[in-house]
Design a protein. Structure first.
Length: 156
């Protein structure tokens, strides 16, 4: 499994610089304050219900959770997803999360809806590393990884 994971996630083949038309949103402390702590706590409880122990990473600039049994977990909230099934044709993870795909162990990405009562998750090996530019409510032409829903799992 490790060899196939490395073959699928060979980040060293990515270009060193990206076209200028691909933008990256800057860190927003207000959004971070609104969602970060609660979303991480909810993710740890959800993982625990499935028999997976996770701890919050003491490195505030690192991946959100350390999962000793398999690696890491990064947690996001998609504010545009209000309720019900995931309403978008694919999952967009911000390109700035690339640094968490490049870690020494696998990373699971959990994305909560705005109410923190539904989630969609994906493992790093399933992420196509070619960024796409998407216009969204926060900025034009932001860089994302575009992940087909067939590579994701949805849960409540």
């Amino acid at each position: 499994m490790a060899a196939s994971r490395k073959a699928l996630v060979n980040v060293f083949t990515l270009p060193m610089s990206l076209p200028r038309w691909l933008a990256m949103k800057q860190f927003d402390p207000a959004l971070h304050e609104q969602f970060d702590a609660l979303a991480k706590r909810k993710a740890m409880r959800w993982l625990a219900r499935h028999g997976i122990h996770a701890i919050e990473n003491p490195d505030r600039f690192g991946v959100d959770l350390i999962v000793p049994t398999f690696g890491y977990c990064e947690v996001e909230v998609k504010a545009g997803w209000k309720h019900g099934q995931f309403p978008f044709p694919s999952l967009h993870l911000p390109y700035r999360k690339l640094k968490f795909i490049k870690l020494d162990q696998p990373t699971m990405f959990i994305v909560w809806n705005a109410g923190l009562d539904r989630l969609i998750w994906v493992e790093d090996w399933a992420i196509n590393l070619e960024p796409v530019a998407i216009n969204n409510r926060l900025m034009d032409r932001e860089k994302f990884f575009d992940i087909p829903l067939t590579a994701c799992q949805q849960c409540s």
